[in-house]
Design a protein around this ligand. Structure first.
Ligand SMILES: [Zn+2]
Length: 106
């Protein structure tokens, strides 16, 4: 995105910044959307979101954090053994593995 005159105040110039955007989910829970590219005014601080940024925020808003999983029974049994060995609940173990996988994929 290029620099341009701020459409809100008409005085400042915008520049692209990477910011975290706080959003509220439907049930009132607050989350933060990381690494959103916005054009921010150097005078009034107004932020302009493009279609990509809005799409990213919408994607996060649809994620409540609740997920129903269907696993192969053998995988379920393996996961249970892993969680018992690590002294984690099944849910904690799944979150642990997903976090590891997401880090690698980033
Ligand atoms: Zn402005």
């Amino acid at each position: 995105m290029a620099k341009y005159r701020c459409p809100s105040c008409g005085k400042g110039m915008t520049s692209t910044r990477i910011v975290s955007v706080p959003v509220r989910l439907k049930r009132g829970k607050k989350i933060t959307v990381p690494d959103v590219a916005v054009d921010e005014c150097d005078r009034c601080g107004d932020r302009i979101f493009d279609a990509v940024a809005l799409r990213k925020i919408e994607d996060y808003q649809q994620c409540t954090g609740r997920l129903l999983l269907r696993l192969e029974p053998t995988m379920h049994a393996q996961l249970l053994r892993h969680s018992q060995r690590a002294h984690r609940s099944l849910n904690q173990q799944i979150v642990h593995y997903i976090a590891q996988g997401l880090k690698k994929g980033a």
